[in-house]
Design a protein. Sequence first.
Length: 169
Amino acid sequence: MEFAALIPVFSALLQRIFPDPSVAAAAQNELQLNLNAAQIESDKASATQEQAQAAVIVAEASSQSYAARNWRPHLMYMLMLVVGYNFVLTPILRIFTSVIPVIPLPSELWTLLSIGLGGYIGKDALAHYSESKFNNQKYLQAATALFPKGMTQAQIDILNKAEAAGVAL
């Protein structure tokens, strides 16, 4: 919750309760301190909850059980199967017969599917980023070992050509 949005509301209220400006200012400062403390506690609680959720996901991913390790991807496969059935297969089958049922899709299913697919896309993007970062570190280590006094543009071009040719650095 964003507690800063409450300050204007309470400020007007404090000015009505305390007509003396110095008392109202002191009360407003006290209110500001209390709201800041509440915001900090709220942020700590959110961070604790996110850490707990991350720990659950890590525990599932490192589990020895195939089902515990893979239930999230399999759930996404099932949801994509239902969407494919409703929006690809059913219209084709309805050309031949009208007895084909459609599986009702609640809005929560769409939310779950979009979050799940977004998570997999994000995971892949993060994997590619960390892999390229690792390769850049290897590249820098090789360049530093080969050219300890620095490199000219020609030397950089040679390394780039070697990398493009698949030469391990």
